[in-house]
Ligand binder design. Structure first.
Ligand code: ADP
Ligand code: MG
Length: 460
């Protein structure tokens, strides 16, 4: 058939394209994405591919559509249109793997549960019981338990600090739930620093400061403020919080706050609040070690009925070292992926899925890599970025480099400081916050950052 160059008949075309496809994508990927695909020609320039679900369709569209079209073009000299049709796995000819016990339902249930929050704004899913304890958090865990059992006795205020996704909000909820379990009549207020700020703004705007004070000072046994660093730099909010704090403290009511850093490292926080935060107990949460990461994954998999082989658990725990939220996210993504694509959860699948999500496995993206990139971009030497010199031509690129390291490598502040000529972690915190806040105001800086971020994307 002249129209189908190199093919005897139209029926020959599809197997030839499939053969070509197999040489272009790895066997592993072919099996993942095409083993259940059913191809058929519609007319002379359209191909229909039947696949088991939307997820597989989107993946093929994003990753393989161009290859498929190109192969058809090579064989026929025609631009083919590719149509996808989702049909239930039961109607596909080949048997489909049994679905891994599916976590879509629990996730939806969890969402619902979040909507049905307890009256005080507490999420009932975060309990002490499902908080996994290891070296990185046993101190703070014990402190929270002690406070829940005996509010306003020993540790007041309790100041919990640690990086994002390490379980601060979880612990606050667990503490409140436990305290309520012990004494259901306790009046508990649970707000984020941001909500508190909004309440202060609204109380000023609508002339309701009296109500606000009544609520926080007279009607509260335990006050929990999550991410209190948010109020820094907001004068009226800090003022209101200061008086709330004093009033509750004098009345022997319990105050618990969380923050991403120590009080002394929260920029633009009033000195008098800084000192009050340090009156009670300061407890930090660190990144969990490998064994704890495995235990957290196991616990999470059990709770969500995910059937996770040991080697997969260890693989995730080994590679996802940033925080617990990323750990959970990786597990959920991987199991959703396996379930939707009807493939078993294996280390190979994990490698393929997670590399696209986190970038944590991109071996060439490192602090040194970012330093080189930034130094090249500004025509500086790496030595300049590590030096102590404060000239603006050096200081800004240095701060940008620190910011990019925090954002893309997710290294800790001290780790970044060490690699920038042994600088203190507060210097890094300051740099990161400065670039973050300049980002919105300084168009020139924003465009420089965008260029650098593009370079990073290309290199990761
Ligand atoms: P943060 O408030 O510090 O940013 P979260 O409390 O929101 O972190 O925790 C992020 C996710 O990780 C939550 O789903 C939480 O349940 C989970 N998590 C964190 N630490 C643990 C832990 N030790 N055990 C079990 N789950 C944890
Ligand atoms: Mg939080």
């Amino acid at each position: 058939m002249a129209d189908f160059l190199g093919c005897d008949s139209i029926e020959d075309l599809v197997p030839k394209v499939i053969d070509a496809l197999k040489t272009k994508v790895s066997e592993f990927n072919y099996n993942n994405w095409f083993r259940y695909a059913q191809w058929s020609l519609e007319g002379e320039k359209t191909i229909r591919i039947q696949i088991p679900n939307k997820f597989v369709r989107d993946w093929i569209l994003d990753n393989y559509l161009e290859i498929i079209k190109f192969e058809f073009f090579k064989l026929t000299g025609k631009e083919f249109e590719v149509l996808f049709q989702i049909i239930p796995p039961s109607e596909l000819k080949q048997p489909v793997f049994p679905q891994i016990k599916n976590q879509v339902a629990p996730t939806q249930a969890a969402k619902k549960e979040q909507l049905l929050k307890l009256p005080v704004g507490i999420n009932a899913r975060y309990t002490f019981d499902n908080y996994v304890v290891g070296n990185s958090n046993q101190f703070v865990f014990a402190a929270c338990q002690a406070v829940a059992n005996n509010p306003a006795k020993n540790y007041n205020p309790l100041f919990i600090y640690g990086g994002v996704g390490l379980g601060k909000t979880h612990l606050l909820n667990a503490l409140a739930l436990e305290a309520l379990k012990k004494n259901p009549s306790l009046k508990i207020i649970f707000v984020t620093g941001e909500q508190f700020t909004n309440e202060v703004i609204n109380s000023i705007r609508y002339d309701k400061t009296y109500d606000l004070r009544k609520k926080y000072r007279d009607n509260c046994d335990i006050l929990l403020i999550d991410d209190v660093q948010f109020i820094a730099g907001k004068e009226r909010t800090m003022e209101e919080f200061f008086h709330t704090f004093n009033s509750l403290y004098e009345d022997r009511k319990q105050i618990i706050v969380t923050s991403d850093t120590l009080p002394k490292d929260i920029l633009q926080l009033e000195e008098r609040l800084r000192s009050r935060f340090s009156w009670g107990l300061l407890a930090d949460i660190q990144i969990p070690d490998f064994e704890t990461r495995c235990a957290i994954l196991r616990r999470k998999a059990e709770d969500d009925h995910i059937n996770m082989p040991d080697d997969v658990c260890q693989f995730i725990a080994m590679h996802v070292k940033t925080n617990v939220r990323d750990l959970e996210g990786s597990l959920i993504r991987l199991s959703a992926f396996a379930s939707l694509a009807c493939i078993p959860m294996t280390v190979n699948v994990a490698r393929d899925v997670l590399k696209n999500v986190l970038g944590v496995m991109a071996p060439h993206l490192s602090i040194e890599g970012i330093q080189t990139m930034v130094a090249d971009h500004y025509g500086l030497k790496i030595h300049d970025l590590k030096s102590e010199r404060r000239h603006r031509n050096l200081a800004l690129p240095r701060q940008i480099a620190m910011y990019l390291c925090k954002k893309h490598i997710k290294a800790s502040f001290p780790e970044i400081g060490a690699k920038f000529g042994g600088k203190d972690h507060t210097t890094v915190i300051h740099a990161v916050q400065k670039i973050k806040s300049a980002f919105d105001q300084d168009i020139g800086l924003r465009s420089q950052l965008e260029q650098l971020e593009n370079l990073i994307q290309k290199n990761s």
